[in-house]
Design a binder for this molecule. Structure first.
Ligand code: ZN
Length: 164
């Protein structure tokens, strides 16, 4: 487990320092805003759909290292997926973070996202890791604002920022 923890630290730090697909996505077909008031994480996630396929994902905003690394890795992982597969992955990731899904059972789907498994032992960080995923789900569902649906306190609040 210590190897995993070290990998987790390295991956989080690296993505936090150099977030992938950071910035407003040109030509986005949908987007959603997510805010985690407990930590101050505040992001807008953009998706460019081509038919049923996710051509590109981007995000902008600010927050802690875990939320930013989670958003960064999410963008690289979702690119190229069909919408249905992306939504399945959102559920899988959420399940892993909540400790309900064993990542070892889904190695092909989760891949390197597995490093976030350790977050499930850190309740105050769960919302940080999930925020970008809630936002992308809201974007794909056509909602401008992310909500946490059952993850205790509501995450979404404040102004909507739906773009089309
Ligand atoms: Zn956070």
């Amino acid at each position: 487990m210590s190897d995993m923890r070290q990998l987790y630290q390295e991956v989080i730090l690296e993505h936090n320092k150099k977030p992938r697909n950071f910035g407003v996505l040109e030509g986005a077909t949908c987007s959603a805003h997510g805010h985690n008031p407990l930590c101050g994480d505040n992001y807008t996630v953009y998706v460019r759909l081509e038919g049923e396929q996710i051509a590109q994902v981007g995000f902008e905003g600010e927050g802690c290292a875990i939320s930013k690394a989670s958003a960064s890795m999410m963008t690289t992982r979702l690119k190229g997926l069909e919408v249905a597969a992306a939504q399945e992955l959102v559920e899988l990731f959420r399940g892993m973070i909540l400790g309900e899904v064993d990542p070892e059972a889904h190695p092909k789907a989760l891949k390197h996202l597995k490093v976030f498994q350790g977050v499930s032992a850190l309740p105050v960080r769960i919302k940080c890791a999930l925020l970008p995923w809630h936002a992308v789900k809201a974007a794909l569902d056509g909602r401008g604002e992310a909500s946490t649906e059952g993850e205790a306190d509501p995450v979404g609040e404040g102004e909507g920022s739906a773009r089309s």
